[in-house]
Design a protein around this ligand. Sequence first.
Ligand code: FE2
Ligand code: FE2
Length: 204
Amino acid sequence: MFYINNENVDQMYEELKNKVIKRKAEFYNLIEFLERETTWLTSPASTKYHLAIKKGLLIHSVGVAYNMIEIKKTMLPHIDDETCIIIGLFHDIGKLGSANKPLYIQNESDYYYNPDSVAMGLAVRSLFLASKYINLSDEEAQAIAYHDGQYITENKIIAHKESPLTLLAHYADYWTAHIYENEKMREKLISDNLFGDTEKAAKE
Ligand SMILES: [Fe+2]
Ligand SMILES: [Fe+2]
């Protein structure tokens, strides 16, 4: 189990990047774009609710990537780790807006939506940005575009037609956000020593 937080996120992110070999060139083209032209390394995961803190989006995305790998080891071992890293890291990059035009702007105390950003569904924008740089498979495109599952009304179009990768991404995303990133849940899990070395490493 991996609990990603402010202290360990940079190291865990670098470790994920180093694991991408087969699509290394295209992966790094996207990483370079995100790191240089967007707020990827500092953006919150939301304006008010989920990880609305500096680096919140990176903490969430790195967490989803690791948890996708953990879950698929048991349930879908044939899925490539690289696919989990690409989907985990990039499923929410639509939250960054576009080049030099962040979607979330920082106020004195919180964040607000950039009124100049062209309106687009978050997952649609994630797919738009990722597919400019990475040659995605059909399953990977579906997983990014529909990672919110049936919580989003528009996603009904693929109800009961989800690929295993989409269900994996959806489950890992919601598990990470609602269990590991939820303060009360996490405190209980930490007291039960669920995170073991990851939590110890984060405190050192
Ligand atoms: Fe999302
Ligand atoms: Fe997410």
